[in-house]
Design a protein around this ligand. Structure first.
Ligand SMILES: [Zn+2]
Length: 211
């Protein structure tokens, strides 16, 4: 009997199981019908997430299509992640966090210097992780489009302003994504230390694929 609580409720056979260290990138191909579970091991760790169609990576996740189709800004259980061609790529089959963000964007060295000062220029950032991981498959900066921030809390105030505030995740909370087509998932385990998106302390996350 497994005593691994991170696997509870996950059906099928585990075919991939990896811990992504704090600040590191991760890339994996996931076939239609397989489920990716992301585990926020220590809590309040933003997982920046890009998604491409494996058959043609010009088709990729579109925040605008996804938000417009569901008529809501937040990604919750039941959300279908749509491509720029309006096709379902993955579905949030389950999540123990109330909602996830797709409007906050990904941090970069450039945005850090604008927001937090020039002394942050040398700090590692999500865009650099995305570039490093995508380079293995020939994708570049123009292929970095809208992303998802799992476990990140970006509330929208009544006047439309955005916050990046303390997370609503906690140690061991998860999100399960069922692939609706063959996809390429690219993740940056966010290195940000200048705002509360990682509790000012980037930590590892676990990626489990079940088939
Ligand atoms: Zn980041």
């Amino acid at each position: 009997m497994s005593t691994d609580s991170h696997l509870s409720g996950l059906t099928g056979t585990v075919i991939h199981d990896a811990v992504v260290p704090a600040r590191a990138p991760w890339l994996h191909h996931i076939d239609a019908g397989q489920t990716l579970r992301i585990v926020d091991l220590e809590g309040n760790q933003a997982v920046d997430f890009l998604l491409y169609a494996a058959a043609d990576d010009a088709e990729r996740y579109s925040a605008q299509d996804t938000v417009a189709a569901q008529g809501n800004l937040f990604l919750r259980e039941g959300t279908t992640l749509l491509s720029n061609e309006g096709r379902p790529m993955m579905t949030i089959a389950a999540t123990s966090v109330e909602y996830h963000d797709t409007i906050g964007g990904a941090c970069s060295c450039e945005s850090n210097t604008l927001r937090y000062g020039h002394h942050t220029k040398a700090e590692h950032a999500c865009v650099e992780n995305f570039l490093e991981a995508n380079l293995m498959e020939g994708r570049g900066k123009r292929d970095i489009v809208s992303n998802i921030n799992f476990f990140m809390n970006v509330p929208v105030e009544p006047d439309g302003s955005l916050g990046i505030v303390d997370g609503i995740s906690a140690p061991g909370l998860t999100v399960d994504l069922r692939a609706e087509m063959d996809v390429i998932v690219v993740v940056s385990n966010c290195p940000q230390v200048n705002n509360p998106c990682n509790g000012f302390n980037p930590t590892p996350v676990r990626m489990i694929v079940a088939a």
